[in-house]
Design a protein around this ligand. Structure first.
Ligand code: IMP
Length: 198
């Protein structure tokens, strides 16, 4: 069976990618499976550059086709912030998801509601030979001031998914995996995956 390395250390993303890729007849390998202790710094200026940095580094280190994503939350009232910096968006040195959510709400308080926003995800697929391809997915919604729901990770409890009346954290995994930015990017990458995995 062809193999694909899932190039992320985020346990929430690993679980989502495993579910999203389950039906593709590809053997999914995690960084933990390979004991691959490679930390890739996200120094790119775009989601695409960061996703490529990660996918290429993991493909080279493992000898397998690797998938990595870069994703973020874009809030209109904050001119698209936190965007590319979503994982670093808090004053703390090693912020938790709760720190990031609190910081976002603090910065939004002075802006009138509603607070339209979207999650964006760029997936990069890289082969050890240096080929790298991309796909993108968007999930529109709005930020709400109180946390709702226990599923998911990151900004999910304060992100109301357009058309559902529920936050991303109120959607069970199978529903998040039909609507999310990551689901849409992975779906768009399916034809590439079949070609690029060996
Ligand atoms: P990165 O893609 O690893 O740079 O991380 C992006 C950051 O955006 C994550 O650490 C989360 O804070 C946020 N994020 C990305 N996707 C999601 C999601 O599906 N739900 C909630 N937060 C997300």
């Amino acid at each position: 069976m062809p193999k694909l390395l899932i190039g992320t250390r985020n346990p929430g993303k690993v679980a989502e990618f495993r579910a999203l890729l389950a039906d593709l007849d590809i053997e999914l390998v995690s960084l933990a499976d390979l004991d691959l202790d490679l930390v890739v710094r996200e120094v790119g200026a775009t989601y695409q550059e960061n996703a490529a940095l990660k996918a290429k580094a993991y493909a080279l280190a493992s000898g397998l086709t690797a998938l990595a994503d870069d994703s973020g939350l874009e809030v209109d009232a904050l001119d698209g912030a936190p965007g590319l910096y979503s994982s670093r968006y808090a004053p703390q040195v090693n912020p938790t998801d709760a720190d990031r959510r609190a910081h976002l709400l603090k910065n939004l308080v002075e802006h009138p509601r509603p607070w339209p926003a979207r999650f964006r995800c760029v997936v990069a697929l890289a082969t050890p030979g240096g080929d790298c391809r991309f796909s993108e997915g968007i999930c529109p919604g709005e930020i709400i001031p109180e946390e709702r729901g226990d599923f998911g990770f990151g900004y999910d409890p304060i992100f109301l998914v357009a058309g559902t009346g529920r936050t991303m954290a109120e959607l069970p995994m199978d529903e998040k995996n039909r609507l999310s930015h990551r689901a849409r990017a992975v779906k768009a990458a399916a034809p590439l995956l079949k070609r690029m995995c060996r």
